[in-house]
Each structure stands twice: as C-alpha cells, then as structure tokens.
Design a protein. Structure first.
Ligand SMILES: NC(=O)c1ccc[n+]([C@@H]2O[C@H](COP(=O)([O-])OP(=O)(O)OC[C@H]3O[C@@H](n4cnc5c(N)ncnc54)[C@H](O)[C@@H]3O)[C@@H](O)[C@H]2O)c1
Length: 408
C-alpha cells in the first residue's frame, strides 16, 4: 500500500518512518504547506517523494493519508480525505467540535473506509495493564477512574508552539486544555469499556500575564490553562480528568499521562514515577511493569528538534515495557525508534492491519468519538460556570474490529 503524510512538523517523521519500514507498505509520500519541511523529511528518511498540496496528494493513487497537522485542523481534513476515497489516520485530537465528529462518523459509515485516531495512551503500559486486569475481573466492579495529562507550558510547549504557529504563535498556544482530552480520557476508557454521558468542568484562569492564555489574543477565545472535569459514565461510574498546562512537573523521566482505576475489589494508582495495585489485604508495587527500556534513538530526528520540545525529543528514544507484547509486530520493528512509552509501533501496525483486512481498528471512529466528545462538552461546561451538560454517544463500532493479537 502507499501512504501519504500530511504535515511534516515535529511529530510526523517518526511515524512516517515506521510505516516506511512496515513490510505491507510500499511507499511513503509527504506534503506540507511549508515545502522545505516536506523536502527535508524525504531526504532524512529516503521516502518516495513529495506532493505540492494535500489536494494533489488526494488526487494521487495513495491508499491512505495520515494527518499530522495542527490540533484544530483534523476534522475537515479527515472528511475531505474520506470523500476522496482515502483511508485516514489522524494524530489526536479527532476534531474540535461535536459537529465535526458527527461528520467524520457519517463519512466513515457512508464510504466504508478505515478511520483511525492515533491515541498513544491506548498502548501506554499502565493502560494495557488496566485493560487486561479489568477483562480478568481483577478490580471487581470498576466505579471510579482518573486520567491526567500533565504537560507544563514551560517544559517545551512555548518552543513547540513557536515552531508550529510562527509569528502568531501566541494565538494558537492558548489551545484549550479540554480540547486535547484524549491522553487522559483515552487511558481511562482504554481499560474500562464504557463512555461518558455528562460532564461538569472547572477551568483555572491563567494569571501569567504574557498574553498566551489571553482571550483577546487567543484564536480559541480561551484563558484557561488548567482544567478539571468530572464525568458521569454510562454504567453508573465516575471519571475525573485533569488537563494541566501550568504545573510544576518535569517532562522527562516522569509519566506525563497517569491513570488510576478504582474497583470494589482492587485499586491501581499510578503517580509521576511508580504504581501500586492494592486489594483489601495486599499491596503490590507494580512500577516495574510500566518502565520502558531505552530503545533505539533516532539521532537525525533528535538533532532536528534539539531546540524545540524536549518532551517530544525524549519520546523518540523510549522502548517498550514488560506489559507490551511485541510478538504481534513485524520483525522490521525490532530495534526501530519508538515513542510515548512504547506506543508508536502498535499504533502504526494497527492502521496497516485495518487497511489490509478492511476491518476497523481498535481506535476506530466510534471509540475516538467517545475519547474526544467528553473534552469538547467539558470545555463548554467550564465556560458555563461548571454547568452539567449531556454528552452525545454515537454507539459502538457497528462491525467487528480487526484482530491485532495475531503475529503477521
Ligand atoms: N502523543 C501524541 O499523540 C502526540 C504528540 C505530539 C503531537 N501530536 C499531534 O500531532 C499533530 C502534529 O503535531 P506537531 O507537533 O508535529 O505539529 P507541527 O505544528 O510541528 O506540524 C504541523 C505541520 O503541518 C503542516 N500543515 C498544516 N496544515 C497543512 C495542510 N493543510 N497541508 C499540508 N501541511 C499542513 C504545517 O505547516 C506544519 O509543518 C498535532 O495534531 C498534535 O496534536 C500527538
């Protein structure tokens, strides 16, 4: 298959290269509105070539496009690509409004094409562990869970937004924390198969005074830099999510996404460094299950991003953890650069499997909607002083999901 990458900024290269070395992928093509970035990526990884625009790429014979454009651009580009007959992989988030999400689901249903959202927390070691233990019943009845995405603006996001937004970067750096909910919500729902039905959220108005979270400057009319939301779940449980951007927290050597699952028989609590699993009469330190190996670094990518976001740079060198089952992956991924606590290999492989078997991936449009809509509604709630608001549900994926457990 031929894969086209849209957006050659900070994040796309490492994923594009994983598709490039996948045995089922013949060619990788790229495009960026800043042509120089596309040229450099082709040169660095020896990809097939560039297209001058996304329209040119959509008119070509690529089978699938993978969106790595700015956070607020994915909804319309996804529908445009599906309408052009292409399968779509989109980096998170899926979209920034309920209407955009409904339009994607409608287009996926109508075209029968594959859509996948690349939510890294789905293959976060703590979430894989939680998913397995929940399926075994180790928690008893799950009734409460927490997911946090803790990424301080001073730890890399200023430079990342400057690289991304150019002269107008302050207008974009105010991106509302709750419109990036998937690293927190996705890790809860990735282990606990339910969905949110209502939300109440409170935002902390930023007081730095540097016009980054300033409603007059913000293209999102946003001045919240930290947000906390409480969600009612369909099975009667409760989920709490924190999205923090002004927080005294390191970006290296610490879990940036952290999860805690509370059941009637067992509790898993993960913090910045370690994790425990407790029952009524046992306490187990399970931290070592979630420690990722050093993996292989991608030195070219690291050099290219040396002045950008150190958190992102660090993500290129992390390998897998003991809970990751690598036997399903193609042998060409052994020793390949990885990232986000071992998630990249599994996400890249899931998308190829879904296209090959023409079956929706685990992170399909319906699941992606359940990981995104809670944040969109929570942001509305925060702007309405915490009013509890209902969350629409688009239901389960209507057809069987592709088997990702079998080796190739
Ligand atoms: N853990 C994760 O899942 C994770 C981590 C980092 C980034 N991301 C996501 O990856 C995406 C990309 O992030 P990034 O940091 O690389 O962003 P970036 O701003 O560095 O790169 C985006 C690139 O897309 C290009 N672009 C924008 N619109 C385009 C269009 N219509 N056609 C062609 N090119 C276009 C821009 O010129 C830019 O080079 C974001 O959506 C972000 O949310 C996810």
């Amino acid at each position: 298959m031929k894969i086209g990458i849209v957006g050659c900024g900070q994040f796309s290269g490492v994923f594009a290269d994983l598709w490039h070395i996948h045995p089922e992928v013949d060619q990788v093509w790229v495009t960026d509105v800043i042509a120089d970035r596309a040229d450099k990526l082709v040169e660095r990884y020896r990809f097939a070539g560039t297209y001058n625009s996304v329209e040119e790429m959509l008119a070509s014979d690529v089978d699938a496009v993978c969106l790595f454009t700015q956070r607020w651009t994915h909804g319309p580009l996804t529908v445009q690509a599906l309408e052009a007959g292409k399968h779509v992989y989109a980096a998170v988030p899926m979209a920034v409004s309920a209407d955009e999400i409904a339009a994607i689901i409608e287009a996926v249903q109508r075209t029968g094409l594959i859509y996948m959202m690349g939510e890294t927390s789905y293959y976060n070691p703590a979430v894989i562990w939680g998913r397995r233990e929940a399926a075994k019943g180790a928690f008893g009845r799950l009734f409460y869970a927490e997911g946090d995405y803790v990424h301080d603006m001073d730890n890399g996001f200023y430079s990342a937004y400057q690289y991304s937004g150019g002269d107008d970067w302050k207008a974009t750096a105010s991106y509302p924390p709750m419109l990036y909910p998937t690293h927190a919500v996705g890790g809860v729902l990735g282990a606990w198969p339910t969905h949110a039905v209502s939300a109440s959220c409170t935002g902390v108005v930023d007081d730095r005074g540097d016009r980054v979270f300033d409603r007059e400057v913000s293209m999102f009319d946003n001045d919240f830099s930290n947000m906390s939301a409480l969600f009612e779940l369909a099975d009667g449980g409760v989920m709490r999510t924190n999205e923090f951007r002004r927080v005294g927290h390191p970006n290296q050597g610490a879990h940036e996404s952290r999860f805690r699952y509370y059941g009637t028989n067992g509790v898993m609590e993960q913090g910045t460094l370690g994790a425990t699993f407790t029952t009524r009469d046992t306490i187990a330190d399970i931290s070592d299950q979630f420690v990722t190996g050093s993996g292989q670094s991608d030195e070219d990518a690291e050099d290219a991003l040396a002045d950008v976001d150190p958190a992102l740079r660090d993500s290129f060198v992390s390998g897998c953890a003991p809970v990751h089952d690598r036997t399903r992956l193609p042998s060409s991924y052994a020793g390949a650069h990885n990232g986000h606590e071992g998630a990249h290999h599994f996400l890249a492989d899931d998308f190829v499997r879904a296209i090959k078997h023409r079956q929706h991936p685990p992170l399909n449009a319906w699941i992606a909607a359940r990981m995104n809509l809670p944040g969109i509604v929570a942001f509305d709630s925060a702007r309405r002083n915490g009013e509890r608001l209902p969350i629409v549900d688009h239901g389960d994926c209507p057809t069987p999901v592709v088997d990702t457990e079998q080796p190739w």
